[in-house]
Design a protein around this ligand. Sequence first.
Ligand code: ZN
Length: 472
Amino acid sequence: MGLLIRGGEIVTAETRTHGDILIEGETIREIGPGLTAPVGTEVIDATGMLIFPGFIDPHVHIHLPFMATFAKDTHATASKAGLIGGTTTFIEMVCPSRNEDALEGYHTWKQKAEGNSACDYAFHMTVSRYDEKTESQLREIVADGTASFKIFLSYKNFFGVTDEEMFQTLKLAASLGVITTAHCENAELVGQLQQQLLVEGKIGSEWHEPSRPEGVEAEGTTRFATFLEQTGATGYVVHLSCAPALRAAIEAKLRGVKLYVESVLPHFLLNKTYAEQAGVEGMKYVMSPPLRHERNQPVLWHALQAGIIDTVGTDHCPFDTEQKLLGTKAFTQIPNGIPGLEDRVNLMYTYGVKRGGLDIHRFVDALSTKAAKIFGLYPRKGAIDVGSDADLVIYDPEYRGRISAKTQHTNNDYNGFEGVEIEGRPWVVTVRGKVQVRDGVFVGDPGRGQMLKRKPQYVRQTEEVRVMVHAD
Ligand SMILES: [Zn+2]
């Protein structure tokens, strides 16, 4: 049985048109005005609705052992929450720690997801150490369709890599044509500043930001870019949070370094005063990089509009109140992270497009199309085109509501955006042609999601090729 979506306004990264969309099987068959429905086709009247390509969250954590505990979501809960919020594909960080075997970790993450996700998904593979086994393991993982790496310059002795290991990882990534994503903070400085603050008796969540100031992130960004430049690898800065780090990234882009920039939902809308609240209220807002001084927010919004920030993810990582309280005696023990997967699209639409003047095409681009292009999913994902997967978000721009932990689907007992108004929400969401969300409610197949296999797409031109092109 097919699906005909009639009368909506189709909004992509480039165009805005009225038209019908005919879906046959898992893909889009035809787009145009006045399409007729073959017998047995379900017709959805989308008059007054916007139709977006399914949104892609390029940075989430679902299965995550971290700081002596686990993030709260499962693939079942996170994927439903994502779909209700309009996200039809997420890319999850596989994060084995330094003392775990990388390949075993990869299979653990794959098994957790398989058959348990309602939306499609892919992985970034964290390289948390580099030893004699690493190259062959990473080659195997890339051959399995996971064509992006992740490195942490922070979290020394846990996920973090040394400069030597970063160099080896990027050399291999360059030769494989794989993109490397990076958490850019200087681990040594963070460690020293944390110890100094604790010795001074500064143990509350308000000291988290001072322990990893803006300059520490700018240094990490600069160093990552320099290593990309010297290895010829392509990179992607995750969750860039502040103006000094953004300047470092722009400097690198201007030098021709192949570098993309992601910022995440919390940094556009929240500032460090949230983490300065007393007790557990402040702890709920501890994440890394930390929430910043509010002067950074207009800079992030302008850079997003200008396309200097390429993508908007979430770094979705829910820990509940009880887990946050592990850090009562020292801010360094507070599990880092905040949920966001369910709310990214509605909040960026409301505070970007509706109230902030963000161009609606840039919104679609940053939350879907650009991520698909950077990570090798385009045009299967991130597009409304004939032949693309029928992942569609039929969006009701007239909806009015408020975010609340009481009504959310993410498995957590709080929401960092509690009480915040939203103007618009997904009304119907499809995953490869199947209606998974109707009238804002999950109605679909909880195991529909598939792992998306991706190919390396940053394979370097050889010297010979360059000479030939030049001779032309
Ligand atoms: Zn992350």
